[in-house]
Design a binder for this molecule. Sequence first.
Ligand SMILES: CC(C)(COP(=O)(O)OP(=O)(O)OC[C@H]1O[C@@H](n2cnc3c(N)ncnc32)[C@H](O)[C@@H]1OP(=O)(O)O)[C@@H](O)C(=O)NCCC(=O)NCCS
Length: 175
Amino acid sequence: MNANTERIRIRGLQPEDSVTAITELLHVAYAPLAAMGFKYLATHQDEATTQRRLQSGISIVAELDGVIVGTVTLRAPKAESRCAWYSQSGVWSFGQFAVRPDLARNGLGTRLMSVIEESALQHGATELALDTAEGATHLIRWYERLGFRLIQHVSWDETNYRSVVMSKRLTAPNP
Ligand SMILES: CC(C)(COP(=O)(O)OP(=O)(O)OC[C@H]1O[C@@H](n2cnc3c(N)ncnc32)[C@H](O)[C@@H]1OP(=O)(O)O)[C@@H](O)C(=O)NCCC(=O)NCCS
């Protein structure tokens, strides 16, 4: 474990958090995916888009010494979604998920995921879902190891690839 990771605090997004800093974090974290040819929105989105996506759900940040080093947004089911799975009640999803590259692969992403999983459960979710580029096999394998299964494909207007939708059944911990 990286010595820094123990000092990282995970908390809800606050109004004073810098959207500029979060946008920069997203660009730097998603850059390797852009280099692989996957034009995720987060590789190039502007600050207004970051803000809109942060406000689209429950946003969580990871903070190290006052600097935001990770983020993820949990979203409620959306009846009008183009993705059939996301439109079902009980299916919460997450996106805009990033950890600063120098801190990645130390378990922070898994910690952020646990926090949103717990939050989704508290809101009555029965499934936690995500979508990612179907060619991002390293991510798909990781999500599978975390218990996500393949559900369907979806193509978004703003990306240059087809996505896979993955989902994990949520069960409340025993009392
Ligand atoms: C995905 C992300 C948020 C995970 O955060 P993290 O702090 O690295 O997560 P963890 O340390 O808990 O787990 C990392 C796992 O991701 C996988 N992984 C991440 N990046 C990888 C890479 N470049 N190559 C191979 N595997 C990778 C590994 O399987 C790793 O698990 P392991 O350490 O057991 O092998 C972070 O890597 C990131 O910001 N990536 C770029 C943006 C992104 O891919 N977002 C998700 C889009 S759906």
